[in-house]
Every structure is written in C-alpha cells, then in structure tokens.
Design a protein around this ligand. Structure first.
Ligand SMILES: Cc1ncc(COP(=O)(O)O)c(C=O)c1O
Length: 440
C-alpha cells in the first residue's frame, strides 16, 4: 500500500519551524547573564517582563488598536491550551458558572479542558452561519437560563461556591468560547457586527468571551493571483479590542473578553508559550493563578527565546517571508486540487466573501448521502489517507444538540504534509469517494 498521507494533523510541517532563528535566540539568551539569570530562575507571576513589553508592541503594530497596548494588559502563558485551563481556574466556579457556550463546529480538544474544570455535561454549542456566531440563538438560550436561575434561587437550590472570594477573582456566570478568525475547523471569520453583538450579550449576561486568536497572523489573499495590501496588519478587529472601545469601553474593570494567543503556530508548538491580552485588572487576576504564584508564569526560559525572536525582528520576518507565503501556496494548491478532483463529485467549499484567508484547514461539504465517519474510515482503509470527520467537532455532551452532527463535513489540514502529498491526498480522497458512491 502507498505510504500514509495525513491531512488530519494540525501541526506545522517541520520545514516551517524557524530552527536557525531559535538557535540564535537561545544562544544569545543562554550566553547573556542578564537574560539567563532571569530565564533560568522562578519568574514574575505575570511572565517575563521584557517579553510582555515586546508582545504589547508587536500586537499594537499588528492589530492597530486606537491606543497602544500597554504591557499591564499582557500575561505570558504556557500557550492557548494551558491558559484556557488557567482562565477557568481563576474566573469560573462550577457552582456559580452555569454554562460553557462553544461556537460550533468547535476546536474539539477544548472540550476536555472544560470537563476538567468541572463543567462536564454543561457544554453547549452555538451554531454558526456565514457571519459566524448565531446571536439570536445565544440570546434566546441565555434568557431561558436566566429565568431558570431565578427559579433555582427561589428554591434555594444553589450549590455553595467552591472557590473563596479573592480581590483578584471575578467569577463569570457564563463562558463563551470561540475562534473568531480562521476558525478551526470551519475557516470562518466572524463579522464585525457579530463581534459587537457578542460583546453586548456578554456584558448583559455576565459572560466571559475567551477567544483563541491563534491563527490571526497566518493570513494571505483568498485570490491566488493577488496579494494582501497589508499582510502585516490584522484584517479584522479582535473581540478584546471590540470590548475595549465599544459603547464607551468595558462594562467594568475586568472586561468581558480575553484574547488567548499562542506562539505554537508562528514559531513551534513545542515551545508551549503564549500570551493573553485583557484588561489590566483581568491580567493581574490571571497572574494570581495558584500555580503562577508558586514559581511564576509558565515557560519562563522559552519566554526569553521568544523575546529574542521578537526584539531582533526574526519572528516578524519568519511570519512575513516564510509562513505566509508557504501557507498561502499550500492553501491555494489544495484548493485547486479540490476544484479539480472533488467539486466534480459533488463536494462544496464554504462560501468565502473575504479578501483574506488563513489558518490551517479546509472545511469541505460532502455530496449526499455520503457520511463523513464512513468516508474517513474508507479513506484510511483503502487509501492510507487520514482526514478528520465532521462529528469530531461537535460539542461533547451537549444534550440540546441544536447544532448539526457535521456528518456532512470533513476537515483537511494543509499545514502538516509535504506540498506534493497535499494534492496526492486530495486525489486519494476522490478515489475513496468514487468507490463509496459506486457501492451505495
Ligand atoms: C483553536 C485552537 N486553539 C488552541 C490550539 C492549541 O494551542 P496551543 O498549542 O497554544 O496550546 C489550537 C491548535 O490546534 C487550535 O486550533
């Protein structure tokens, strides 16, 4: 059998890792006493100070908010996954926080993190349409829950909170989890008016919006023969910036949004290093997480390497000169293979009215009556091709199941395989589909 092609894996191809830049950055950090003496010690709760400063400048230049981002809005983290757990530890209590709302299809690995924080059985999906999150659905469900909560108080059936009151802790009643730009897996970009509506809902219902803004820098033109006018500037306003300015600014000093950023996609996942941006009050609260109080923010030595990469412009150059062109070429070559081999079989691509595309994935709709789970199994058995079937991205344990089960979709990653295997993978998928159609 031909060798395995993996279009499931959401990892960067090894050729896209900036090994030389990291070698230079780490050599500088480890040969400079003023850097390694801090880097190899316990560090500050908020994270390595020079990196907070440089991340604030770097984000200011990319997102161009109305005012510069100050370092007191930034915490250094162990990446988006570690930090999602950290946010939940400080800002939720399973006896107070009622529901976790996840824009669906969702990044499936987040479900376990919510389960671990005590929310198993309380994860709910919010459907997406072309503009992103379905606000009418969310508003209806939040209003229903509020009525139920009033009744529960009347019956004195509230549990006692597990977590003690602390001046740095605010417990939120709801969590809303989303990847608003280049979503994994749907590739969608939430529109600005939905972003604004979501922030207004969050303020009204005491919800914290956690956004995984992990793909924002991986952007390029959605037209193969055009270039973005400003590849070094974000094309959409982050939710954390919406909350910073909308209707005269945050509802209170904690705010209702936190941006969860990561160096996994722009340097390498093995660094396990990221950042958050939020109000300064929220950032301080996050830094008071018990495990950060005991020894400082995670990834202290990695933070010194990343800091070297930012301050020397190596990171900017890697994103602009290596990652954006490489992912752009991969994306367009997979799309043209899909147009050639899969669209004639009845597949369809999500409509994209944006000038910009980005991220790691393509979300494809199958011709009916094909089922994604069956097709993924066939692709593996018959073609040695690994793909992700849509049902993987449902919200686990959601009893409402207002969202679809996504049996009509598959996700293809264009980040991991070598370019020639990307088009070969699409060809193998077409073979599996032809066989499946013949046998149905
Ligand atoms: C939406 C989303 N969030 C988080 C992660 C993981 O981020 P990190 O490596 O920083 O934990 C990924 C990686 O695939 C992702 O797609």
């Amino acid at each position: 059998m031909a060798s395995r092609i993996n279009l499931f894996r959401g990892w960067p191809n090894p050729s896209l890792l900036p090994v030389k830049d990291l070698a230079t950055a780490s050599a500088t950090a480890l040969s400079t006493p003023s850097i390694y003496n801090d880097g190899l010690q316990y560090g500050p709760d908020e994270g390595y100070h020079p990196l907070r400063q440089h991340v604030a400048e770097w984000l200011t230049s990319f997102y161009q908010p109305q005012d510069p981002i100050s370092e007191d809005r930034i915490c250094i983290t162990g990446g988006a996954s570690q930090n999602l757990a950290g946010i939940l530890q400080v800002f939720t209590d399973p006896a107070f926080t009622r529901t976790i709302w996840m824009v669906t299809p969702t990044y499936y690995l987040a479900c376990r993190i919510f389960d671990d924080a005590g929310f198993a059985g309380r994860l709910r999906g919010i459907p997406e349409d072309e503009e992103g999150v379905d606000l009418d659905f969310l508003q209806r469900e939040l209003a229903k829950l509020e009525t139920e909560a009033v009744e529960a108080v009347a019956e004195e059936s509230f549990l006692r909170q597990y977590k003690p009151w602390r001046p740095w802790r605010k417990l939120y009643k709801f969590i809303i989890y989303a990847t608003p730009t280049f979503a994994n897996p749907s590739m969608k970009i939430m529109s600005l008016r939905r972003r604004e509506g979501l922030v207004r809902l969050a303020r009204r219902y005491d919800a914290l919006i956690i956004t995984d803004d992990v793909y924002d820098f991986l952007q390029w033109s959605s037209a193969p023969d055009a270039a973005l006018a400003h590849p070094d500037r974000a094309s959409v306003v982050r939710l954390v910036d919406v909350d910073r300015y909308l209707d005269d600014g945050p509802a209170h000093e904690w705010g209702n949004t936190v941006s969860n950023g990561s160096f996994s996609k722009v340097i390498g996942p093995g660094l396990r290093t990221g950042w958050t941006e939020s109000t300064a009050k929220f950032a301080y609260g996050l830094s008071q997480l018990g495990s950060s109080r005991s020894g400082g923010a995670p990834s202290q030595i990695s933070a010194t390497f990343v800091d070297q990469m930012i301050s020397s412009s190596a990171l900017r150059n890697h994103i602009m000169n290596v990652l954006q062109p490489a992912y752009c070429a991969r994306y367009h070559s997979v799309l043209s293979a899909i147009r050639e081999d899969l669209l004639p079989l009845g597949f369809s691509l999500p409509p994209n009215s944006h000038e910009v595309a980005g991220g790691y994935f393509i979300w494809l709709r199958l011709p009916q009556p094909l089922q994604a789970s069956d097709l993924a199994r066939r692709a593996m058995e018959e073609e040695n091709l690994q793909i992700a079937a849509g049902p993987l991205f449902v919200v686990q344990g959601d009893p409402i199941r207002m969202c679809e089960n996504f049996e009509e979709y598959v996700r293809l990653s264009f980040a991991w395989e070598d370019p020639k295997n990307l088009t070969e993978g699409v060809r193998r998928l077409a073979n599996a589909v032809r066989r499946a159609i013949r046998q149905d």
